[in-house]
Design a protein around this ligand. Structure first.
Ligand code: 7PJ
Length: 277
């Protein structure tokens, strides 16, 4: 049971928290880029905060399978004004979904409280930049790169490979000067994984939790939900909630989702039931 300081705010992980997704990419798949204008993005973030999100995860690079890379300048132009405005307007932790050291440093200066990197600080300079911010980090597992990761995902020992990778990145982050308690881990659902890999990792969330870090799950509206249910992206809420509920019971504590209110309500009930003797 840990308390983590995210900039000015601290959270006690005896309970679950919801992270609302704020895509500021023109091409993000599941909201069709509806939140790509500045004012729309802020309004959407404010709604997620009033719905109970503890984090707003701001991302300016689409990592959907096969997505085109964005330039550093473009990522900065998309993300930083939103981070700055949110820091003034909302009382919640601003998470920045980035792999770019420059974005990490500048977002931290503008008030971000968490660095969420799907590349687990592998870009040159990212370990040092994240450490220099003094902020917690979320390290995620991915096999391959966003361009090729879904071509033919393959593992000889799925869980061991994911755990070893995350342990290695945790070690590298600690060597760079990030404290163990500031490191959150994520199995990377959909990042170089088949449906069976995703289901198996979700079922083994407890093994990831046993590494001694808080665990974040990002399964919201993803392809695996669509594969199980044969459902389009706008029909994946109940499946997403089922997957998140299952991993909460196995120890995950942060849930990165598009649909904040249903998750806040669902997790509140799960937490309250679990808390009563
Ligand atoms: C994740 C993420 C995830 C973390 C994305 C999408 C793709 N960050 N960023 N975990 N997914 N930590 O939302 O479908 O699973 S972008």
């Amino acid at each position: 049971m840990s308390v983590i300081q995210f900039g000015q705010k601290s959270l006690d992980f005896c309970r679950p928290f919801v992270m609302g997704i704020l895509n500021v990419t023109p091409d993000s798949f599941s909201d069709g880029g509806r939140h790509n204008t500045f004012e729309q993005a802020l309004r959407h973030a404010e709604q997620m905060v009033s719905d109970g999100a503890a984090f707003i995860d701001v991302g300016g690079e689409s990592t959907r399978p096969g997505a085109a890379p964005v330039s550093l300048q473009e990522e900065m132009d998309r993300v930083l004004p939103v981070v700055e405005a949110l820091n003034d307007r909302v009382d919640t932790i601003i998470s920045v979904d980035t792999s770019s050291p420059e974005v990490m440093l500048e977002a931290a200066r503008l008030g971000a409280g968490l660095i969420n990197d799907v590349r687990a600080l592998e870009r040159p300079g990212a370990l040092a930049a994240a450490a220099a911010t003094g902020l917690p980090v979320c390290l995620m597992h991915m096999q391959g790169t966003p361009v090729d990761m879904q071509e033919s995902p393959s593992y000889s020992a799925l869980l061991d490979e994911v755990l070893s990778y995350l342990m290695g990145r945790t070690e590298a982050a600690m060597v760079a000067g990030i404290n163990k308690q500031q490191i959150i881990l994520d199995p990377g659902i959909g990042f170089g994984k088949t449906l069976e890999h995703n289901l198996s990792l979700l079922n083994q969330t407890q093994a990831l939790c046993e590494l001694g870090h808080e665990v974040l799950i990002g399964v919201s509206r993803k392809t695996m939900i669509g594969q199980v249910l044969n459902a389009n992206v706008d029909e994946r809420l109940y499946g997403t909630m089922g997957a998140n509920a299952a991993t909460y019971l196995k120890g995950a504590r942060i849930f990165r989702v598009h649909d904040v209110k249903p998750h806040v309500q669902m997790l509140e009930l799960m937490y309250r039931i679990e808390s009563e003797s």
